[in-house]
Design a protein around this ligand. Structure first.
Ligand SMILES: NC(=O)c1ccc[n+]([C@@H]2O[C@H](COP(=O)([O-])OP(=O)(O)OC[C@H]3O[C@@H](n4cnc5c(N)ncnc54)[C@H](OP(=O)(O)O)[C@@H]3O)[C@@H](O)[C@H]2O)c1
Length: 327
């Protein structure tokens, strides 16, 4: 029988243990997949530790690539042997094999390895919607990106470089600053609790006083306040994560004080809810990977049975770029 991580309660990384599971024949609209690589994402941490509620027991993980080994009744979009990937619920990517809805699969083209697909689909589709949908970045604009050397961060920087934007990026160490710079970050800034308050002045200086039209902030609690202060009038605050914890309720009057600012809290699932949008984003992403415009930095690999160690490293900010679990 295949093995999978099943969460029976939420809590620490030690709960991520493999067990044997039965994979029944695929139901109508489903396929059975044999995973070849599984993507690790920060959302897996929120779902494991209870920051996001889950119906238990539950699978965990929502990004993987693999091969179709069986198709259920009514499935016409894929066939046995196809290489595919997915990014989204139902949870359960931390597994050797599973069933998954065919309509949420995307084909993986030649020129993109299984590992690159598993390491990039969720993070890369996120970068896609952030720069192409939430705020369409134009050539010559200067934008602020937090966690610029992270999984989403390195893809976001490369995509912004492709769009010919100037990137101010925050990172947690000098080594991460170098990784961000190689990915196209024009001004990587090492930020911690001691100098975070200086960020708006630094952004003002780097933009000749103008500040930025958009901030992509996935850190949340620790950065939200200073991020708002980095925005030019009419600027857009894109809060798309909470790696340091959730942002507490805030006074809307601050949007007036900053100059008619906007705030959005987007999710990938909304931007890919329609199949045509999912396919359009995946095509754009995979095309940029195949053309080597985007390099997917798989900087950490763990056997699936060591998922707990992978979570510990991600939470301890020890990782850069993407991380995969190998079944
Ligand atoms: N809304 C969406 O659609 C969507 C989709 C995908 C991902 N996300 C979000 O995007 C973010 C990035 O995801 P990812 O999987 O690529 O993770 P990641 O960026 O590789 O890892 C998180 C990074 O956040 C930074 N960080 C700052 N303060 C932290 C703290 N207190 N604890 C942990 N990390 C801290 C660290 O970088 P430094 O050390 O350089 O500061 C760390 O490496 C996450 O918040 C995730 O939830 C949102």
């Amino acid at each position: 029988m295949p093995q999978a991580v099943r969460l029976k309660k939420q809590g620490g990384p030690e709960l991520l243990v493999l067990e044997e599971v039965e994979v029944p024949p695929p139901a109508p609209g489903e396929v059975t997949l044999r995973h070849t690589a599984i993507g690790l994402n920060f959302i897996d941490v929120y779902q494991r530790n209870g920051h996001y509620a889950l119906q238990l027991p539950s699978g965990i993980g929502q990004e993987a690539a693999g091969v179709v080994t069986a198709v259920g009744p009514g499935v016409t979009t894929v066939k046995v042997g196809d290489r595919v990937a997915y990014a989204g619920v139902p949870l359960g990517a931390y597994s050797e094999a599973r069933n998954y809805p065919a309509e949420k699969l995307v084909p993986v083209p030649e020129g993109v390895s299984d590992e690159a697909a598993a390491a990039s689909l969720l993070k890369g589709l996120t970068a896609w919607y952030l720069v192409r949908r939430t705020f369409e970045v134009e050539r010559g604009q200067t934008v602020l990106v937090h966690a610029a050397a992270g999984g989403v961060g390195l893809i976001l920087c490369q995509w912004l470089r492709h769009l010919e934007a100037t990137i101010i990026g925050t990172v947690g160490s000098e080594a991460k600053a170098e990784a961000a710079r190689e990915a196209g970050c024009t001004h990587p800034l090492v930020i911690d609790a001691s100098n975070r308050r200086d960020l708006p002045a630094k952004v003002k200086e780097l933009t000749g006083g103008a500040k930025v039209p958009v901030v992509y902030d996935s850190i949340g609690k620790d950065t939200f306040d200073v991020s708002l202060e980095c925005l030019a009038p009419f600027g857009l605050m894109v809060l798309f994560g909470a790696s340091s914890g959730p942002v507490p309720p805030f006074d809307l009057q601050r949007l007036a004080a900053g100059g008619s600012l906007y705030v959005t809290r987007p999710t990938l699932s909304t931007y890919t809810a329609k199949r045509e949008d999912l396919l359009a984003g995946a095509r754009e992403l995979f095309d940029l990977i195949a053309r080597r415009v985007l390099t997917i930095h798989v900087n950490q690999r763990y056997p699936l049975r060591e998922a707990a160690r992978a979570h510990k490293d991600l939470e301890a900010r020890k990782t850069t770029g993407s991380t995969v679990l190998l079944p």
